[in-house]
Design a protein around this ligand. Structure first.
Ligand SMILES: [Zn+2]
Length: 66
């Protein structure tokens, strides 16, 4: 399905994605920024849920081992 970029009004069938760091207080999450291939406007930013899930697992392991 092809959508329309809300900024340049061009029909887009793909988006560009690049890794980016998302800061939350003192924690840094791996994230991705999705941009329009025509005008490079940011369409969405999404945190890497796999990275966050691994962080939670590591926190639980640390709590159980201490
Ligand atoms: Zn655009």
């Amino acid at each position: 399905m092809i959508g329309k970029c809300p900024y340049c009004q061009q029909l887009i069938g793909t988006v560009n994605v690049q890794p980016i760091d998302a800061y939350e207080g003192t924690k840094t999450w791996k994230a991705g920024v999705f941009t329009c291939p025509n005008c490079s406007s940011i369409l969405n930013v999404s945190i890497d849920e796999g990275h966050r899930a691994q962080w939670i697992v590591d926190q639980i392991k640390d709590a159980l081992s201490s």
